[in-house]
Write a protein that binds this ligand. Sequence first.
Ligand code: AMP
Ligand code: GLY
Length: 424
Amino acid sequence: MKVLIVGSGGREHAIAVSVAKSSQVDKIYCAPGNAGIAQIAECVDIAAMEFEKLADFAEEKHIDLTIIGMDDPLVGGVVDVFESRGLRVFGPRKNAAIIEGSKVFSKDLMKKYNIPTAAYENFTEPEAAMAYLETAKMPIVVKADGLALGKGVLICNNLEEAKEAVKTLMLDKGFGDAGNQIVIEEFMTGPEASVLCYCDGTHIAPMTSAQDHKRAKDGDQGLNTGGMGTFSPSPFYTEEVKKFCEEKIYQPTMDAMKAEGRDFTGILFVGLMLTEEGPKVLEYNARFGDPEAQVVLPRMKNDIIDVMNACIEGRLDEIDLQFEDNAAVCVVLASDGYPEHYEKGKVITGFENFDGKEGYYVFHAGTKQTEEGIVTNGGRVLGVTAKGRDLKEARANAYEATKLIQFENKYMRTDIGKSLDAIK
Ligand code: AMP
Ligand code: GLY
């Protein structure tokens, strides 16, 4: 069969590697893809938001399955366009992807269906938000309603910062229309865990857990980024936590979406905070996480095509999801200065060191093929993933492997997964 993947990051590279493992797949296309994906797929120059062009391409090439990796096209309704043209596609429709596209929607859904999450209020007027803050308990969290490249969440330590956050989102429109509405919510503490789940509209199958490191610098300092590294599984995500989430969060979310006439098919990413009062939902995403996919997918034993087809056909209950009994760590190699100012176009060397190296992966995020070779083309350049028998070994392997890749302004966090030492 022929598969088209839509997106261009490390996540899409990880999806492509999983798809390439399937014996059912003869040919992979990726739109628009990147230099790493190009080694296993044919990249086509169509942007992820060009829905009709993507569908034209899928029709023309007789694509059997299209997998949407990114949030923007999902929230924008790419799945609806494919379905209306009779094309097979993996991902939620627009009316379900809103669970990621609108924080107001997702918070209201959780409130209505008693799914544990931080207490909150929604605001459409800055004056009302400012007035509310005057009597609110600090620290507090101010969130843009819409998509903001993962940067629309502002943690505020005091009233002054909180007012500034409201100003940034609602008055200065720092994230455009994403800040037309905001959510102000209670500040929670505890370890975080991300659980990505396959969904078929009715059934939900959680994958192994992972944890992201969102801040740019060691010790969770610096600015928020798309993600500087991940590990899987999370030792904080115990059997007890898992059972609680299955009963109180995952299935109730599926049922809630169905009850609202918004059956969710695709990947539901549940961002959890494991508070002293129990697990609570931080956020939902309607797709694989990046770089969570880079540690979760390499550990999945199933044929990803079987699982995705089962989701599309509403028979996920027939699938026995299986993960390797090991661990994986992904360290993101970024351009120094990310997420602010950084230089691009630096030649990257050392890829050949990974050839045939079992259990090691270099997922490309911001790279480009040029006449000089593969060069850096973004803030997050590569994700180096390594497996190990346990997290400690996986972390040692991943950091060892980061030494095999060179480029001029290479930057990485040195403490991905380090927090684990405290509990071992
Ligand atoms: P989100 O995009 O909603 O997951 O938020 C990004 C990050 O902000 C999360 O991974 C948390 O680290 C932090 N965050 C979001 N909401 C809260 C909250 N209510 N309390 C504490 N931290 C939060
Ligand atoms: N790593 C977080 C995300 O993909 O949203």
